[in-house]
Design a protein around this ligand. Sequence first.
Ligand SMILES: Nc1ncnc2c1ncn2[C@@H]1O[C@H](COP(=O)(O)OP(=O)(O)OP(=O)(O)O)[C@@H](O)[C@H]1O
Ligand SMILES: [Mg+2]
Length: 357
Amino acid sequence: MRVVALANQKGGCGKTTAAVNLAVALGRMGQRVLLIDNDPQGHASLGLGYTDRDFSLSTYDLYLTSDILVEDARVIIGPYLDLIPAGIELSTVEPRLAGVESGETRLRQTLRRSEMPYDVVVMDCPPSVGMLTFNALVASGEILVPMDTSSFSRQAVAKLLETLAVLRERRGHELVMRLLLSNCDLRSRFARAFRDELAETFGASLLETVIHPTVRVREAAAVGCSVLEYDPQSRASRDFQALAREFVGQEADLSVSALDHWTALLRGPEVGTEGVRFVVDFARADEVRVTGSFNKWSTVGTSMYRREDGRWECLLPIAPGDHEYRFIVDGVWLPDPHNETCVVNEFGGSNSLVSVP
Ligand SMILES: Nc1ncnc2c1ncn2[C@@H]1O[C@H](COP(=O)(O)OP(=O)(O)OP(=O)(O)O)[C@@H](O)[C@H]1O
Ligand SMILES: [Mg+2]
């Protein structure tokens, strides 16, 4: 499953438009999609025709209602598309989670409890890098950054790169970043020069698809539906379908960690009487090993075997105490994507932690 956050702290650069229309276009390709409105402005909800009065549970509950499931809060939009709507109450999440331990993993924890079989989770973020955006990034394997052709957008991307560096250092979490030129008229020389500069700086991270400006986008939003429904023949509708195809086509290139960053059913190592059972869902890996303080950080690690369901497992007798560990996935050292408990290691990355009583 892929989890992608649409984020850019620059306001009005096309995040919500891209989130709504990408989600609808992916659903039309037969992908099972969950769209999470992670912005107190509630524009993604409005863009799909939902106002505050149309729902009781919302993204707010994903953060603050204990034991809530995605299943409880979802609104069914179509056969392949669900929405978690949001309203102004979401703005109280930031102050309430400020300073709360693991506050930035709330969304991720709730999503992991879900047993819904989505192919893609799309999250629309607010124009800031506070607790809401940070939660979305921690829960995501990918970030899609819509940009208009303004220097403010360009500057905001530089800021975003700093946030991604913090995530990498604090949590060992490396997101796959892609830039999307949105509301961009390539007939102008300025827009073409802007695109060329981005392509030179960001290479393949700049998506080939460009979303062109058209009044149909605004008209569709005003009546609460995607532009694909509003005017299927419009330029914008074709642009968003191209975006969805490009997005799906990139799956093969994604790293194991981007795809398996969030897995619904796993909850970190299980400590039992026979030892500690590690189960991990690196479904595309050829070889997974575990290394940690319990095997003296062996550089080869201890082999895990591939179960019939594609997950990797091993059971190790481990002495009582706190143990740090990492998985070695096709030679790459990664923290446990299913375990929220981790500590910063001497390299600035994070080691997962398991306590054996
Ligand atoms: N391709 C487009 N053509 C015409 N108008 C567009 C296009 N893309 C976005 N817009 C309009 O620009 C405005 C801002 O877009 P949008 O709400 O998607 O940005 P945003 O980044 O989500 O904003 P915020 O930062 O406030 O959340 C909206 O009125 C939207 O309808
Ligand atoms: Mg928005």
